[in-house]
Structure formats: C-alpha cells, structure tokens
Design a protein around this ligand. Structure first.
Ligand SMILES: NC(=O)c1ccc[n+]([C@@H]2O[C@H](COP(=O)([O-])OP(=O)(O)OC[C@H]3O[C@@H](n4cnc5c(N)ncnc54)[C@H](OP(=O)(O)O)[C@@H]3O)[C@@H](O)[C@H]2O)c1
Length: 306
C-alpha cells in the first residue's frame, strides 16, 4: 500500500512510498481505510528527529475495513474519526478501538480528521479551567489549530473569551466562533483573566502571566516560539497565587475515547466548526508541511488520501 514516509535530508520532509507493508492489527485494533488526515505542529519536530522511513500521522478519518478481532469497536463499513500513535498518513492503518469515534451519517470526513490532537487538546485544556460560566479566558495563538478549537468550546461553556492572533484576516472567524474580542497582542487585552491558554510560549508566556487574575491559571500548551520565557516571582505581583501549569495530551490517554466521542458530537451538532486553512491531496504533503512550518496555515491543514 501507499504511505507517507520520513525523508530527513531529502528535498521534502516526506515521500509517498508505494511498497509499504499492510498494517498488522493486534486484537483490539480495527483496520481503517484512511480518507483524510490532519497535520500537527508537533509532527514537524517528530519528522526532524526520527530516522528515514519512519511513518508519521496521528489524526485520521476514514472507514473501518476490518473490525477488531476481540469484538470491540465498530464493524467494517463504519465511518470513524481516530487518533493513532503514528503511521496514520497511510492508505490503511490499525487503530486501537478506544481511540476511534463513530461518525454520525453526513459528518464530513475532512472536518472529522482535524479532531484528534488539536480538538482533544482544546477540549481538555478548556475543561481544566473548571466551571467557565461568567469567567474570562484569554487564548493565544488563537488562529492556530489548537487555538481555534479552544475559542469555541470556552465560549460555549459561558466564558468571555478574548482571542490573541497575529492574523487580522482571522478576526471575523474568531468572533463568529464566540470570541468577545480579538487583539493582536496579549498586552492589548483589557483586564485580567481567570484562565489563560498559551499555545505560543516565549514572550507570549510572559505576557500571559501579566494577564492572569490573582489565583487564576496560565495553562502552557505549546512552544511554537522556541525562545524561553523569563519569569520571576515579582512578575506575579498583582497576579498573586496564580498558577502556571503545563498540559500534555499524550499523558492523559485514558480520556481519548470519551474526548473523541464528545468532539464528534459537537462537530455533528454544528457546535464545533473546524477551520481548514489548507486542504489538498496527500501528494501535496510537503507543501502542507512547509506552510505549517512557516506559520502560514490558518487553523488546520488537511490532506485527503486519493
Ligand atoms: N501540549 C499538548 O498536548 C499539545 C497538543 C497539540 C499541540 N501542542 C502545541 O501547541 C502549539 C499550538 O499547536 P497548533 O497545532 O495550534 O500549531 P499551529 O497551528 O502552528 O498554531 C500555532 C500558533 O501560534 C501562534 N504563533 C505566534 N507566534 C508564532 C511563531 N513565531 N511561530 C509559530 N506560531 C506562532 C500563531 O497563532 P496566530 O496565527 O493566531 O498568531 C500560530 O497559528 C504548538 O506549539 C504545538 O506543538 C501541544
């Protein structure tokens, strides 16, 4: 079968290989015919670090072709959104049945492919804020894959959301997603926030601390900017007892099943609207990865397996 494989040092980051072995599922894995995949910023780092021939790909959507032999999960013919540990950018992949969610009829597979990493991270990080009814949430990197997914559920949960983005072309979409205001820099946001979701890092993290309410939480989700933040205790004067906390979605695998199911339900109900800024056949994988690396993808990049 065909699959995208890592080609470090090559002209592109990946190559579409045609002679990759078929997946060998263990009993709790279904084999899925992949129809769409989405890209994540973390995959850029993985491609750079892993050897030639390594197979990337975590977010997938497609149709079950072989059900799991242990009887778990959906039967063949079921359309699903799934999350794999890797090798998802393939014609077929084996997926543990607790890492896939059944798609209701009519759900767009391209939209469903965006849910795994970014959707789950957004859902979990918003949930870490607790009861958000009437509270204030600041989202940085708001036009990125994770940031766009954070704005909508936080607003749905009753928060006043202020979105921070460099992309002025994304202001309307973020307001439509429920943001009360959109600013270019965290420093421009008025007032203090109970929850700051920072997917950018570096100076953005320092600004996040300047915007957190006393006792509030800064949740550090990303390090899109490689430079470290500088913080001292004195930066917390006026923000006393605020907490800076990290979040890694891979360290919370036990919620994957219910998170994907919740995300699929929100998608099917129209309460979660993925923004797909790059969509192309998987033969354009290198263009998609380059655009992601350059920060040119508004929302998510999706490749269709054709
Ligand atoms: N902790 C976890 O479990 C987890 C899970 C998924 C992702 N992540 C991390 O979370 C971060 C966001 O992920 P993502 O998929 O949303 O990435 P993304 O689509 O590339 O979005 C990153 C956003 O950061 C903002 N940004 C500001 N300055 C930037 C710069 N110099 N370079 C690049 N981006 C800059 C941009 O937002 P604007 O365009 O709005 O300005 C950009 O869209 C990444 O660092 C990713 O590795 C962490």
């Amino acid at each position: 079968m065909r699959a995208l494989v890592n080609t470090p040092g090559g002209p592109g980051r990946v190559n579409l290989a045609r002679d990759v072995p078929e997946p060998m599922p263990v009993p709790n894995e279904a084999v899925v015919a992949v129809e769409a995949v989405s890209l994540n910023r973390g995959e850029l780092a993985l491609l750079a670090a892993r050897p030639a021939g390594w197979r990337p790909g975590q977010d997938i959507a497609g149709t079950v072709v072989t059900a799991a032999t242990d009887g778990s999960g959906p039967p063949a013919g079921t359309r699903i959104a799934g999350l794999t540990a890797g090798a998802g950018w393939s014609e077929r992949v084996a997926v543990p049945t607790h890492q896939l969610a059944v798609l209701p009829a009519g759900t767009d597979l391209v939209a469903a492919a965006t849910l795994g990493i970014a959707g789950r991270t957004a859902l979990r990080t918003v949930a870490l804020g607790g009861n958000l009814l009437g509270r204030r949430v600041l989202v940085t990197g708001a036009a990125g894959g994770v940031g766009r997914f954070q704005t909508q559920p936080a607003a749905l949960a009753g928060a006043e959301v202020v979105a921070v983005t460099r992309r002025m072309g994304s202001v309307k979409a973020l307001l439509d997603a429920g943001a009360a205001a959109v600013v270019a820099h965290a420093a421009d946001a008025e007032g203090l926030f109970d929850l700051v979701l920072d997917g950018v890092g570096g100076r953005s993290l320092s600004s996040a601390v300047a915007k957190v309410a006393p006792g509030g939480t800064v949740l550090l989700v990303g390090a899109s900017v490689p430079e470290p933040a500088q913080l001292t205790l004195l930066d917390f004067l006026g923000h006393e007892n605020a907490m800076v906390r990290s979040y890694f979605s891979y360290a919370q695998p036990e919620t994957t099943d219910r998170d994907l199911t919740a995300l699929v339900r929100l998608l099917a109900d129209g309460r979660l609207t993925p923004h797909i800024g790059f969509r192309a056949p998987w033969t354009s994988a290198n263009e998609a990865l380059a655009a992601l690396a350059e920060g040119e993808v508004d929302g998510k990049a999706v490749l269709t397996v054709e």
